[in-house]
Design a protein around this ligand. Structure first.
Ligand code: PQQ
Length: 246
C-alpha cells in the first residue's frame, strides 16, 4: 500500500533542493573530466574530447527546435528561441557552434576533421541521440526539465576557464571563448527552465518524474565521458580487439 505521506508534494524549496542535489552526479565528477581539470590529459585526449563534444553542440539546436515545434505557449517559445540563436548564431555573432569549432582549432584540430564528425565515438553518438530523441518523443514540459543539468554547467565552464590557461598553456586563450559565453547564457537559461519546472511539476508524482528526467540527462552526459575514457584513456577504442579487415 502506498503511504499517503508519499503523495504529498514536496514544498517548492525542498523540490528545488532535491533537483540541485543531483549535481553530485554531474559529469564534473567523471574521471575523464577530473583528469582534464587536473591537467593530466595529453593533447590528443583533449582533441578527442572537443571533437566528440562537437556532436553534442550541433545536436542541441535540433533538440531545442523539436521542443519548440510542439510547444503551444508563445511566452515559452519567446524564451526558448534564444537558445537556438545562441548556438546557431546570426550575422555578426557567429554563435556557439562556431565558437566550439574555434576551440577545436585552438586545440589543434582542423575544421574539416571536426565538421566531418569522423572522430565521434559510437557511444557518444548514441548518448546524444538519446537526449534528442527523448525531447522529440516527450511532452515539451519534460523537454524543458531535461535541460536542467545546466544548473551545474556554469561551475564546469568556470573550472575550465580557471584551470586550462595554467595546465594547457599550449591552447590559445581565445579558443576558450565558448566557455566564457556560456557562463551568462547558461545562468539565464536555467533561471527560466528552473522556474518553469518548479511551477509545472507540482504534484508528488510529477516532482518524482522531474527528478528521473534530470537523472536521465545526467546519464547522457556521464555515458559520453565513459565512451571517451575507454577510447582515449584506457586505450580501448571501439573494435580494438576485432580482427583487422583483410
Ligand atoms: O560543458 C558542459 O559540461 C556542458 C553541459 C551542459 C549540460 O549540462 O547539459 C550543456 C553545455 N555544456 C552547453 O554548453 C550547452 O550549451 C548546453 C545546452 C544544454 C541543454 O540541455 O539544453 N546543456 C548544455
Amino acid at each position: 500500500m502506498t503511504n499517503p505521506a508519499d503523495q504529498v508534494p514536496w514544498p517548492v524549496a525542498e523540490f528545488e533542493a532535491r533537483l540541485r542535489g543531483l549535481g553530485a552526479r554531474y559529469h564534473i565528477h567523471h574521471p575523464f573530466h577530473v583528469r582534464m581539470y587536473e591537467g593530466s590529459l595529453e593533447p590528443d585526449q583533449i582533441r578527442g574530447w572537443v571533437a566528440n563534444r562537437y556532436y553534442y553542440q550541433i545536436s542541441i539546436p535540433l533538440k531545442d527546435a523539436a521542443l519548440m515545434a510542439k510547444c503551444p505557449d508563445r511566452g515559452v517559445r519567446r524564451h526558448w528561441i534564444q537558445r537556438i540563436i545562441d548556438h546557431d548564431g546570426r550575422t555578426g555573432d557567429e554563435g556557439g557552434i562556431e565558437a566550439w569549432t574555434r576551440l577545436g582549432e585552438a586545440v589543434g584540430l582542423d575544421r574539416e576533421t571536426i565538421e566531418s564528425q569522423r572522430l565521434v565515438l559510437p557511444g557518444v553518438r548514441f548518448a546524444v541521440d538519446a537526449y534528442v530523441n527523448f525531447v522529440r518523443q516527450s511532452p515539451w514540459e519534460e523537454g524543458i526539465c531535461s535541460s536542467l543539468t545546466e544548473l551545474f554547467a556554469p561551475e564546469i565552464h568556470q573550472q575550465r576557464l580557471n584551470s586550462w590557461p595554467d595546465r594547457y598553456p599550449w591552447i590559445e586563450s581565445a579558443g576558450l571563448q565558448y566557455f566564457r559565453n556560456r557562463l551568462s547564457e547558461a545562468r539565464r537559461d536555467v533561471e527560466h527552465g528552473l522556474a518553469f519546472t518548479l511551477a509545472h511539476f507540482n504534484t508528488r508524482p510529477l516532482q518524482e518524474r522531474a527528478l528521473a528526467i534530470v537523472q536521465f540527462k545526467l546519464d547522457v552526459l556521464w555515458s559520453m565521458l565513459d565512451a571517451m575514457m575507454l577510447a582515449y584513456v584506457l586505450d580501448m577504442p571501439p573494435y580494438f580487439t576485432a580482427p583487422k579487415a583483410p
